[in-house]
Design a protein around this ligand. Structure first.
Ligand code: C5P
Length: 228
């Protein structure tokens, strides 16, 4: 069967990456977490003093730092995870911290940041056989993707999932803090001027509030059958 491009978009913490990773592993495709790339730019901005306070950025500081940023993904391990490398440094865990999550949507709203990363994402997926998750994959990055999913889940369920994920990494953020961050990011991500989060016309909606990871995988593999 020919290798297709699969775009997975949706709100924060809906399990997009988990699904994309499982799908890529099952199909022997390449998994690309586009959100990790925005998180790398945000982390670089924090380290560079571009963050002025809660949700406040020095925009020109971020834009002028872009040429110094190199983002790479490592090989997938047996669970399908890929290390995220920012200028050769493994930042896989650091980019998940709330400090990064609290400024990443502001960073991702900057036009120059988006064009910088979208270009790289398109190159990474140019040969097909890719599962990429994010906010604008089916609408902007790969508008011709053969399969597009729009994932949703109830906010409390999403906060709970993110809470457990951060807890497993030893972070001590409260449920309330996490829920506030999810709401904040969803608002900025869906209302920004450039490439806001929207459901592509030809996307399949997947509400996974009540679905296990395996059920989701089976649902999508069924859709894939009709596309390859
Ligand atoms: O997917 P994740 O939650 O890690 O993404 C972090 C942030 O990066 C999102 O809240 C959004 O602001 C931004 N993002 C984006 N476009 C993408 C992927 C992520 O704007 N394709």
């Amino acid at each position: 069967a020919s290798k297709i491009t699969i775009a997975i978009d949706g709100y924060s913490s809906c399990g997009k990456s988990t699904l994309a990773k499982a799908l890529a592993q099952k199909m022997n495709y390449t998994f690309i977490d586009s959100g990790a790339m925005y998180r790398c730019v945000a982390l670089f901005g924090i380290r560079n003093g571009c963050v002025l306070g809660a949700h406040k950025l020095n925009l020109s500081c971020v834009v002028s730092s872009l040429p110094q940023i190199n983002i790479q993904f490592g090989e997938a391990d047996e669970k399908g995870n890929r290390a995220v490398l920012l200028n050769q440094e493994d930042v896989s865990d650091e980019i998940r911290q709330l400090e990064v999550a609290n400024i990443v949507s502001e960073v991702a709203a900057i036009e120059e940041v988006r064009s910088f990363l979208v270009k790289q994402q398109q190159e990474l997926g140019s040969k097909g056989g890719v599962v990429m998750d994010g906010r604008d994959i089916g609408t902007v990055v790969f508008p011709n993707a053969q399969l597009k999913l729009f994932v949703t889940a109830k906010p409390e369920i999403r906060a709970q999932r993110r809470f457990l994920e951060l807890q497993a990494k030893g972070e001590t953020n409260s449920m309330e803090e996490i829920l506030q961050n999810l709401k904040h990011r969803d608002r900025i991500d869906s209302t920004r001027a450039i490439s806001p989060l929207t459901q592509a016309k030809d996307a399949q909606v997947l509400d996974n509030s009540e679905m296990s990871e395996l059920e989701q995988l089976e649902f999508v593999l069924n859709l894939v059958k009709n596309k390859t």
